[in-house]
Design a protein around this ligand. Structure first.
Ligand code: PEP
Ligand code: MN
Length: 339
């Protein structure tokens, strides 16, 4: 439920309501708005009813939360959450582009890619050190060596880094190096991993599961926010359908749907959703037109030599061209892409 405090309720009154909720075993999430404060409360309404709460000084009304996801929903928090990664803000009026190779392969490959995507206007460097591969025989990533290379590339370029954790036991290690921890599509409902990531003290990029509904995706985000971390970026990366012409089917309607139902920013991955570099530019433009808060794009200095996902990786030149064309699309929907 949401306890809505009256405009002008004192801090003492707010604290007293929170204390009462905690006394009865509720988890509380106060949100201090400009006009009034609301307290999200999750617990057993049988032990502390709305009728008794409404009698406390400063309380205006009690509103139930109808959706199964509570803290990531717009019912509790109307204003959009801005995720801060160093100087970069995701969820504001800037479309933030994150780009880089699928996998970290070598220091040289990563640094070359990092410099190339930076010069084209990317704000965050992507690169996988732990790779969740369909086949156990495919390249699994350089693990900690890869994380070290990412840290070096950040040092050299100033770009913050986003990289994936695939196992709860690796979250602490990944958090030591990463600016944003990615949870991949295959792990969207790995609830232990979500909880561990929620406690890591870093922003989380949560990809939509291959066959997950938007509601299941938001419930997965709820596991992270429940651990006290609201710095969550949702990422639509395509879902399974009967279509075989593309690797997945990019569900762009998820972008406005998520924005209607959640205050969290949502970005689009046109690379894994299409599986084909030729489709990346048009779908990136479509994603920006649909209101995406950012893009996650695979770029490789030489896609023909990529150890992972070469067919969907853009060359640095194609990426630079795409960034240029995205600027006018962003402007058309009231957003910008700074250089
Ligand atoms: C990735 O971004 O490297 C990746 C593996 O993507 P997904 O989890 O969406 O398949
Ligand atoms: Mn990939």
């Amino acid at each position: 439920m949401i306890v809505v405090m009256r405009p002008g309720a004192t801090q003492e009154q707010i604290d007293a309501v929170e204390a009462r909720l905690i006394e009865f075993g509720f988890k509380t999430h106060p949100i201090y708005g400009e006009e009034k404060t609301v307290i999200g409360a999750i617990g057993d309404k049988k032990v502390l009813s709305s009728e008794s709460l409404i009698t406390l000084p400063g309380v205006e009304k009690i509103v139930p939360i109808m959706k199964p996801y509570k803290l990531v929903g717009r019912e509790l928090k109307q204003s959009k959450t801005i995720v801060r990664v160093g100087q970069v803000e995701i969820g504001g009026d800037e479309v933030v582009v994150m780009a880089g190779p699928c996998a970290v392969e070598s220091e040289e490959q990563l640094l070359t890619a990092a410099l190339q995507v930076k010069s084209a206007g990317a704000k965050i460097l992507r690169g996988g050190a732990f790779k969740p591969r369909t086949s156990p025989y495919a390249f699994q990533g350089l693990e900690e060596e890869g994380l070290k290379m990412l840290a070096k590339a950040r040092e050299a370029t100033g770009l913050p880094i986003v990289t994936e954790a695939v196992d709860p036991r690796d979250v602490e290690l990944v958090a030591e190096y990463a600016d944003v921890i990615q949870i991949g599509a295959r792990n969207m409902q790995n609830f232990r991993l979500l909880q561990e990531a929620g406690m890591a003290g870093k922003p989380i990029l949560l990809k939509r599961g291959l066959s997950s509904t938007v509601e299941e995706w938001l419930m997965a985000a709820e596991y992270i926010i429940d651990k006290g971390n609201d710095q969550i970026i949702l990422c639509e990366r395509g879902i399974r359908t009967y279509e075989t012409g593309t690797r997945n089917t990019l569900d762009l309607s998820a972008v406005p749907l998520v924005q209607e139902n959640s205050h969290l920013p949502v970005i689009v991955d046109p690379s894994h959703s299409t599986g084909s570099w030729k489709l990346v530019a048009p779908m990136s433009r479509a994603a920006v037109a649909a209101g995406a808060d950012g893009l996650l794009i695979e770029v490789h200095p030489d896609p023909s030599r990529a150890l992972c996902d070469g067919p969907q990786s853009l060359t640095p030149d194609n990426f630079a061209g795409l960034m240029q064309s995205l600027r006018s699309v962003a402007a058309a929907v009231g957003k910008k892409i700074s250089h």
